[in-house]
Design a protein around this ligand. Sequence first.
Ligand SMILES: Nc1ncnc2c1ncn2[C@@H]1O[C@H](COP(=O)(O)OP(=O)(O)OP(=O)(O)O)[C@@H](O)[C@H]1O
Ligand SMILES: O=C(O)C1=C[C@@H](O)[C@@H](O)[C@H](O)C1
Ligand SMILES: [Mg+2]
Length: 196
Amino acid sequence: MSDPVLKVGDSLKDRARAALGSRNLILVGLMGAGKSSVGRIVAHQLGVPFIDSDVEIERVSRMTISELFAAYGEEEFRALETRVMKRLLKSGPRVISTGGGAFVNEQTRKHIKKSGLSVWLKADLDVLWERVNKRDTRPLLKTENPKQTLKNLMNARYPIYAEADITVLSRDVRKEIMADEVLKAMIEAQTESAVS
Ligand SMILES: Nc1ncnc2c1ncn2[C@@H]1O[C@H](COP(=O)(O)OP(=O)(O)OP(=O)(O)O)[C@@H](O)[C@H]1O
Ligand SMILES: O=C(O)C1=C[C@@H](O)[C@@H](O)[C@H](O)C1
Ligand SMILES: [Mg+2]
């Protein structure tokens, strides 16, 4: 282990916290992957602040994501998202759950790679669909066939999300279990980088 202060009996969260250092932990992935709900638990476990970029965008614009898309279109939303992400990444440590498109933006992706540890919550179509079809708050899914749209987004985005430092499979298990898996993956990534 690279941190000499850590001992064998230290808990999962202590070890993951040490692995994070002063960096941000950035959760990326498609709508419904669990970035917001799992990210909040992970932040609590690590004892660092939690920020959701979608919530932050809504706070600064005083509009909902749906309203922003309707009033200004996707391009303007992406420009705002890029600015907000750049600002959020300036200080750490904290957990930042991103909107599904944030990591897809090349500029944002570069900032994330530079300043943080990125985690892709990777889920299959049925898991995502089961979760997102209950609410109609996601403008990109207001299409004739939203399940097909989600599938198209998976095809387009999964090669990009795969550039994240860590991949964790988002499955149909309790959010607390998913959060523990993120902590374990952080420790594994730290161990691997210490060995190589
Ligand atoms: N492991 C899980 N088990 C059961 N339900 C889950 C799990 N993870 C997330 N959910 C539920 O799925 C829905 C979507 O989760 P969440 O909002 O965290 O996804 P997201 O990745 O932040 O999506 P978006 O990109 O749209 O913000 C929520 O209703 C949440 O409670
Ligand atoms: O996947 C996406 O591009 C999006 C996901 C949501 O989190 C929001 O950021 C918005 O609805 C766009
Ligand atoms: Mg979210």
